[in-house]
Design a protein around this ligand. Structure first.
Ligand SMILES: Cc1ncc(COP(=O)(O)O)c(C=O)c1O
Length: 426
């Protein structure tokens, strides 16, 4: 009988135990056993460059974060119904990174919970229910968010109160007004159907739509439009938050707007499940009066210690600045690669959040979906981990831990060059 490998056994066990809804990355699934900095290692100690994981923002298994978690776990872990300084100290530090108007913080365990709570706050404040999101948005796993996450495609039915708008593509001076036109049309359609607008909810780097970041400022007009209709603006910072864009600590700041509600998660605890909401007190008032909020694990002392350590490391290691500098370097190198490989269309993004569009034709910009899948799998074989995004899955999504340095950018670009050459020759 042929011998079944360890990973094949694991795959069979996985599907037997976890069922059919889970998906794996890559044609040949990857099995890391430990992580350090920007590297993930398999059991043979072969290093893989992680160019995809924005959760481990200060680097995989950062000792300062691990130590903070261990020390607090060994001392006390309870919840927010007892007094504890940890949640207050962290709230103070977090809110200090935001515009002054955002002066209440609420903690959850996941980005989905944060967005779900944001929707409840927006609904209570506006007495409306209409929700505007982008055409290929992803905002979370709860029922309320899955029905406003069109990127889940066939798996979800959009809510009757949800309207979709085209993402702010183009990168030209009219990007903002085109986007705002879409938002105004969505508002008009909600109103024509007797639905009061509650919120415009966007990921401020539009990651699942294909990564759209330019020109900075393009959100302004759309935010004015939703407010004029009585709704609020919710900035979903789950992807760009905590310094990733290099230019600002929060993605919305690049656009010169102050959201009514900000949601965050992923990198907040460097892998520990902690997430949250920052909100203007006047927007929070109606929800706070109508309901109590308790989330068993949200804001617990261990989570707050993890999140606090992440803020320490981000500052101590100058990682927002690193994102700016290395992001710029990587962008230049990718543009250089584009001169030799006509399949590379636009190189978009800010800091260490980048989207590399792949096209079959530079003039028509027809999406090269199959090529993107080949590249993602080819890079996986050459020890670089990333993925593809956008409605046609033809935009390489690059968002490594923020401890990504120039030598890592070189490694990525050289391997991408080799994969493109292989494909060309094959
Ligand atoms: C923009 C955005 N919002 C919300 C979420 C949901 O976060 P979580 O998976 O922590 O629930 C995600 C997750 O990928 C996301 O990308």
């Amino acid at each position: 009988m042929p011998k079944v490998s360890f990973d094949e056994q694991l795959l069979a066990r996985r599907s037997r135990l976890l069922g059919p809804a889970y998906r794996l990355f890559y044609d040949e699934p990857f099995h890391p056993v430990r992580g350090e900095g920007v590297w993930l290692y398999d059991k043979a100690e072969t290093p893989w460059l992680d160019a995809y994981n924005n959760v481990a923002c200060v680097g995989h298994s950062h000792p300062q974060v691990v130590d903070a978690i261990a020390r607090q776990a060994a001392t006390l872990n309870t919840h927010t119904r007892y007094l504890h300084e940890g949640v207050l100290d962290y709230a103070e530090r977090l809110l200090a990174t935001m515009p002054e108007a955002l002066s209440h913080a609420t903690f959850t365990c996941t980005g989905s919970e944060a967005n779900d709570l944001a929707m409840r706050i927006a609904t209570a404040h506006t007495q409306g229910s209409g929700l505007i999101v982008t055409q290929f948005a992803y905002h979370g796993v709860t029922s309320a968010l899955a029905c406003a996450s069109p990127s889940l495609g066939q798996y979800v039915q959009l809510g009757a109160h949800v309207r979709l708008v085209a993402p702010p593509s183009g990168g030209d001076a009219q990007t903002g007004s085109r986007f705002a036109d879409g938002v105004r049309a969505a508002i008009a359609d909600l109103q024509a159907n007797g639905i009061k607008p509650a919120a415009l909810l966007v990921d401020t780097v539009f990651s699942s739509d294909g990564v759209f970041t330019a020109p900075a400022g393009f959100l302004r007009e759309a935010v004015e439009a939703i407010r004029a209709a009585g709704g609020v603006f919710i900035a979903d910072e789950v992807q760009p938050g905590f310094g990733r864009t290099g230019e600002a600590f929060w993605g919305f700041m690049r656009h010169g707007v102050v959201p009514d509600i900000v949601t965050m998660g992923k990198p907040m605890g460097n892998g520990h499940p902690v997430a949250g909401v920052a909100v203007k007190p006047e927007v929070m008032r109606a929800f706070g009066q109508a309901s109590r909020y308790f989330n068993t694990f949200g804001g617990n002392p261990v989570s707050m210690a993890a999140a606090s350590a992440v803020l320490d490391v981000l500052t101590q290691e100058g990682l927002q600045r690193n994102a700016l500098e290395v992001g710029h370097y990587l962008r230049e190198r990718l543009l250089g690669l584009g001169q030799r490989h006509p399949q590379i269309g636009e190189v978009r993004g800010a800091g260490l959040f980048m989207g590399v569009e792949l096209v079959t034709d530079r003039v028509t910009r027809a999406p090269a979906t199959a090529l993107a899948a080949q590249i993602v799998n080819g890079l996986r074989q050459r020890q670089v981990l990333l993925s593809a995004t956008g409605p046609h899955a033809h935009v390489l999504k690059i968002r490594p831990p923020l401890v990504f340095r120039r030598e890592h950018a070189d490694f990525l670009v050289e391997r991408l060059d080799a994969v493109l050459n292989d494909i060309h020759q094959g």
